[in-house]
Design a protein around this ligand. Structure first.
Ligand code: 48H
Ligand code: FE2
Length: 262
């Protein structure tokens, strides 16, 4: 059989657009494919929900590839080890009780493969630049190619509709920032504003990450590092248990909401 460049091209174009048009109306849109976003997407998709993940970079995994300061091992605490176990990420107990380590490359690749195989569709190199709002609720996302953003081209974006959005964009908490800019003072934080991330305090930060994983504006949840950045919690350093547990928690809460609202 002779290979035909145009058949190859048509196959890519058709399959991509099938995938994209299948994701224009979602149950949940996850913004950012770091550890918290990947875990949330996996759990939601596994429960049969229509989920897409939009990731600005070409690669998924966010800040997990580099472990701590590029030493490619991650640490998780006892409470979070079950998430690595359930996904099939191997970990080793450290000699101090309560700490476990895992290879960060294995952690990213296995969590990604679980999410995708559960049915979450990942769109890489796509940046979320705005939200769709009906006055009192976030009802969609405004997306563009990261390449367009990088080149500074004046190109109008496209939109997807979704019942819930999860901001898992990490330290920059980009979706919440957009909403805050459009409707200042109206976030569901104590101040109504973005309270800002505090300095490192691992123990407190890991607890608060879970507490801060919640709805921050109708239709918009925040999870992972973004949760502390929005609600004024400290950073935790390179311990990833809170990120995994936060992704798991936000998925559980949204599954309840979807059930209640349908
Ligand atoms: C599309 C976007 C956009 C956008 C950003 O930072 P992440 O790894 O996120 P988390 O919260 O799952 O994990 C945080 C962790 O990596 C970390 O930084 C920790 C634990 N720090 C502790 C400390 O003390 O520093 O991933 C976020 C992802 C990235 O891949 C971004 O490229 C992506 O979101 N992203 N994608 N549209 N507007 N903004
Ligand atoms: Fe970080």
């Amino acid at each position: 059989m002779g290979l035909d460049e145009v058949v190859i091209t048509r196959a890519i174009v058709e399959r991509f657009f099938e995938k994209l048009s299948g994701c224009l109306e979602l149950d949940v849109a996850v913004v950012g494919a770091g550890p918290s976003g990947l875990v949330a997407a996996q759990r939601l998709a596994h429960a049969g929900r229509k989920v897409a993940v939009f990731e600005r970079k070409l690669s998924v995994g966010g800040g997990m590839w580099g472990g701590g300061m590029l030493f490619n091992e991650i640490v998780v605490q006892d409470e979070a080890k079950r998430i690595l176990d359930e996904a099939g990420v191997r970990s080793k107990p450290y000699r101090e009780a309560g700490y476990h380590t895992a290879d960060s490359i294995e952690a990213v690749s296995v969590l990604t493969s679980r999410a995708v195989q559960a049915g979450a569709v990942v769109f890489n190199a796509v940046t979320v630049e705005d939200v769709v709002m009906r006055p009192e609720r976030v009802t969609g996302l405004v997306i563009t190619w990261t390449a367009v953003e990088m080149a500074g081209l004046h190109v109008d974006p496209l939109a997807v509709r979704t019942r819930f959005v999860i901001d898992t964009t990490g330290h920059d908490t980009e979706v919440v920032k957009v909403v805050h800019r459009k409707v200042p003072g109206r976030l569901l934080t104590p101040s109504g504003n973005i309270d800002g991330e505090k300095s490192m305090w691992s123990d407190e930060a890991e607890k608060l990450t879970l507490e801060n994983t919640r709805e921050v504006f109708p239709g918009l949840y925040v999870a992972g590092m973004a949760a502390n950045a929005v609600f004024g919690g400290p950073r935790m350093g390179p311990i990833f248990g809170g990120m995994l547990l936060s992704g798991d928690k936000v998925a559980g809460e949204i599954l309840e909401r979807l059930k209640a609202e349908s």
